[in-house]
Design a binder for this molecule. Structure first.
Ligand SMILES: Nc1ncnc2c1ncn2[C@@H]1O[C@H](COP(=O)(O)OP(=O)(O)O)[C@@H](O)[C@H]1O
Ligand SMILES: [Mg+2]
Length: 273
């Protein structure tokens, strides 16, 4: 590794997760990545959801190759990074990092070196995880510096979000956990939703949950998705876009650390083994 690389700080890693599917994770992760890039950050978006129709749809990316092609040795890391809108770099199939555990130690080390280099060459990594408390999703969260749990005001989404937070608390996740309330009818409903989950987490888990954002239910997001354009680019003046930009501005304030125990990718693999 180049000495300059070894000394550069590591990108901050944000995992966007949820208990229940279909709550808006992918849209939030993709649009947040674009807003961070608009703040002159070097941003890497990792699609870590195995199901179809994720980052590639929202970002309008055709992902022929992904992490699995790097793991099986057919492609180099730099060949699978896709340019997304606003200079965001995208890696698809990051859920395939699971398979790193099957590789020999030498192969793992080789790949991890490349991934760690990526973390030094960027400022922010946004991970779009799958929904639910599977081991793989929880690992991605545990390896991140900050977890954003997305919920809607709906009772089932809220219950499942709490389930995810409970697992993170049990696993002694040290980073901040923040709540994004999506598809709210208005600000008041969104704030109430945050307060409910924050109260329960405080009472039963002894954990403080941070308030990240309330995002309104907005048909224009669906229109944007249908035209394969992120909402912050399709409708930059909408309330949802300005709320996402505001959240990005707050998240971008955090300092990058020079020393973190081995970096994000190493931690993901450590949990797998
Ligand atoms: N704020 C919103 N307003 C209206 N519809 C939304 C909003 N957020 C998400 N949706 C709808 O929910 C669908 C699923 O969103 P997505 O980001 O793919 O969720 P997830 O990644 O959690 O499964 C979107 O295609 C869109 O139709
Ligand atoms: Mg998704």
């Amino acid at each position: 590794m180049h000495l300059a690389d070894a000394c550069s700080p590591l990108a901050k890693v944000f995992a966007v997760t949820s208990g229940k599917g279909g709550v808006g994770k992918t849209n939030i992760a993709a649009n947040l990545a674009i807003c961070l890039a608009a703040l002159n950050k070097r941003v890497l978006l990792l699609d870590a959801d195995i199901s179809l129709g994720n980052v590639d749809v929202v970002m309008n990316i055709r992902s022929k190759y992904d992490i699995s092609h790097v793991i099986n040795g057919h492609k180099r890391m730099e060949d699978i990074i896709q340019p997304g809108p606003s200079g965001v770099q995208v890696i698809c199939g990051a859920s395939g990092l699971d398979r790193l555990a099957d590789l020999s130690e030498g192969e793992q080390r080789h790949l991890l070196q490349h991934l760690s280099k990526l973390q030094r060459q960027t400022d922010m990594i946004v991970v779009d995880t799958a929904a639910g408390i599977s081991r793989s999703v929880v690992n991605f969260c545990l390896a991140s510096d900050h977890v954003l749990v997305v919920t809607t005001p709906e009772a089932t989404a809220l219950t499942d979000a709490y389930g995810m937070i409970k697992v993170l608390a049990r696993k002694r996740y040290q980073g901040p956990i923040s709540i994004v309330v999506n598809m709210a009818r208005d600000m008041a409903e969104g704030k109430r939703t945050y307060q409910r989950i924050a109260d329960v987490a405080r009472k039963f888990l002894g954990r403080d949950l941070y308030f990240a954002a309330v995002l309104p239910k907005d048909e224009r997001l669906c229109t944007a998705v249908r035209s394969r354009k992120p909402v912050v680019l399709a409708y930059p003046n909408s309330q949802i876009s300005s709320s996402l930009a505001k959240l990005a501005a707050r998240l971008s304030d955090v300092r990058r650390d020079v020393e973190v125990s081995g970096g994000f990718f190493r931690k993901v693999v450590k949990w797998l083994n």
